[in-house]
Design a protein around this ligand. Structure first.
Ligand code: NBP
Length: 470
């Protein structure tokens, strides 16, 4: 009998928590999983919510349990498993049914699946879900892309399970095809930059100011009460304050300094490069994780070049707070510029103010800052954040501190990949007369590429020497 309001496939961390969240909001949900034993375990641990959960090991029975037109969430490992699952579902779906894929899919895969299923009459939503396990259970930020018609069918459920900020749901339809997954990808790129800049500031505290983890923790906790207030700053305070049970030492001092990555940061950087939008803070963050992963090489290189001098950095904690704020504004400016360009190229009409709004709660980059940003974008215009009046004022107040911190990093020999990338971008962006005139001269010299001139019309060429002296 068709009794479930919605179905969900994939009962790992995200799927099981999302299913509980959906059941808690009063919806009956059918669930299934490739490894059938996990279905029983899941229902056995669902407590009171088990009444609203129907487990089916057989995929056809699972599909038949869902009311028509069916909405089926896929929450399995991104990549080929999603395509395999779509193929298994297809023969049993009817026109008007919809697949809602909620994993971290590459947006071009989502676009391809959308283009494949739409002519078959199957709706396809590619949905970015941010917030990890906790978010999935109690309210994630939900970025929806794909078929608008299917969005209307799924809107009530997705809006209900999303995080709320001042009573507003952090779920929105953002555009056709891969729009939702693209926005999630850039969210993750910004997240990489945000995390990296926090880690770099911690590095200055540790290596430049000689602060202990608990001293650093106090500072992050204090900063969380000011303009930097955000989930990432909050958890940083907790991570730095945590003591290892076994040794009694700060846990952070015992964690291997090799950062993992699953690819979404890299996808952001690639998308930015492909569209010719500078996203140097995001690229820097991806590069920094890659450098972190070659631990053996770094250990060998330190032996060759000597230990960084570090010592006493000539910066205050107030400089660090302001530098982090300035760097963060640049990273977000870059991320939103990538969104803006992708919106134009794909005809998505991405609503930047809404995106900033649905990132205010539930997701990893949630912060007070995003509330300010959504208000600024809502006032009108999609200009670079560095030109939005509220943020101009903050940058004017904070870029000197960023400069001081980056200079201290250079002299103290500790790397500030992301903060220095942010500063260089800011300095390039606000420089009316740059140095590309020389690049154009060089290009014309070796390749006759031509250049424009300030004092005359049309393409020009230099009369360069045909041979060089050496
Ligand atoms: P995983 O990404 O670890 O995937 C595990 C699930 O995929 C299990 O249900 C597994 O079934 C199923 N699966 C696999 Br693996 N191959 C399959 C196949 N060929 N056919 C059918 N099912 C298959 O789960 P997750 O961590 O819950 O993440 C789910 C999605 O959400 C991913 O795209 C992830 O990137 C994304 N995401 C994760 C987080 C997070 O914090 N974990 C946050 C945001 C987004 P089995 O039980 O039979 O092995």
């Amino acid at each position: 009998m068709s009794t479930a309001d919605i179905g969900l496939i994939g009962l790992a961390v995200m799927g099981s928590n999302l299913a509980l969240n959906i059941a808690e909001k009063g919806h009956t949900i059918a669930v299934t999983n490739r490894t059938a034993s996990k279905i029983d375990d899941f229902i056995a641990n669902a407590g009171d919510l088990a009444d609203r959960i129907i487990g089916k090991a057989d995929l056809v029975e699972f599909i038949q349990t869902i009311k028509r037109p069916r909405s089926i969430i896929i929450m399995v490992k991104a990549g080929q498993p999603v395509d395999d699952m779509i193929e298994q579902l297809l023969p049993h779906l009817d026109k008007g049914d919809a697949i809602i894929e909620c994993g971290n899919s590459l947006f071009t895969d989502t676009q391809r699946r959308f283009d494949y299923l739409t002519p078959k009459g199957i709706g396809y939503l590619g949905v970015g879900v941010s917030g990890g396990e906790e978010g999935a259970r109690h309210g994630p930020s939900i970025m929806v892309g794909g078929s608008k018609e299917q969005w209307h069918n799924a809107e009530a459920v997705l809006t209900a399970i999303a995080a709320k900020f001042n009573g507003e749901s952090c779920c929105a339809y953002l555009g056709e095809g891969g729009a939702g997954h693209f926005v999630k990808t850039i969210h993750n790129g910004i997240e990489y930059a945000d995390m990296q800049m926090i880690a770099e500031v911690y590095g200055v505290m540790r290596d430049g100011l000689g602060m202990s983890p608990s001293e650093c923790a106090k500072v992050f906790k204090k900063w969380n009460e000011g303009p930097l207030n955000s989930y990432l700053i909050e958890i940083t305070g907790h991570v730095l304050d945590y003591t290892d049970d076994k040794t009694g030492k700060p846990l952070v001092d015992l964690i291997l300094d090799k950062a993992g990555q699953k690819g979404t940061g890299r996808w952001s950087a690639i998308a930015a490069q492909q569209m010719g939008v500078p996203a140097t803070a995001i690229e820097g963050a991806v590069a920094a994780r890659s450098v972190s992963s070659v631990k053996d090489e770094r250990v060998a290189a330190e032996k060759v070049y000597g230990k960084p001098s570090a010592g006493s950095a000539d910066v205050t904690l107030e400089d660090l707070e302001k530098a982090l704020l300035a760097g963060k504004i640049v990273a977000y400016a870059q991320g939103f510029a990538v969104l803006q360009k992708a919106s134009e190229e794909n005809g998505w009409a991405l609503p930047l103010a809404t995106i900033a709004k649905i990132w205010r709660a539930g997701c990893i980059i949630r912060s007070r800052f995003l509330d300010q940003m959504s208000a600024a974008y809502a006032k009108g215009g999609n200009q670079n954040l560095l030109m939005v009046p509220d943020f101009v004022a903050v940058m004017q107040d904070s870029h000197t501190a960023l400069r001081k911190v980056v200079a201290a990093g250079a002299l103290g020999e500790f790397p500030l990949v992301c903060l220095s990338a942010s500063l260089s971008y800011f300095d390039s962006y606000r420089q009316a007369r740059g140095t590309a005139n020389l690049i154009q001269g060089q290009r014309d010299f070796f390749g006759a590429h031509g250049f424009e001139m300030l004092d005359r019309e049309g393409e020009q060429h230099g009369v360069w020497p045909s041979t060089l002296d050496n």
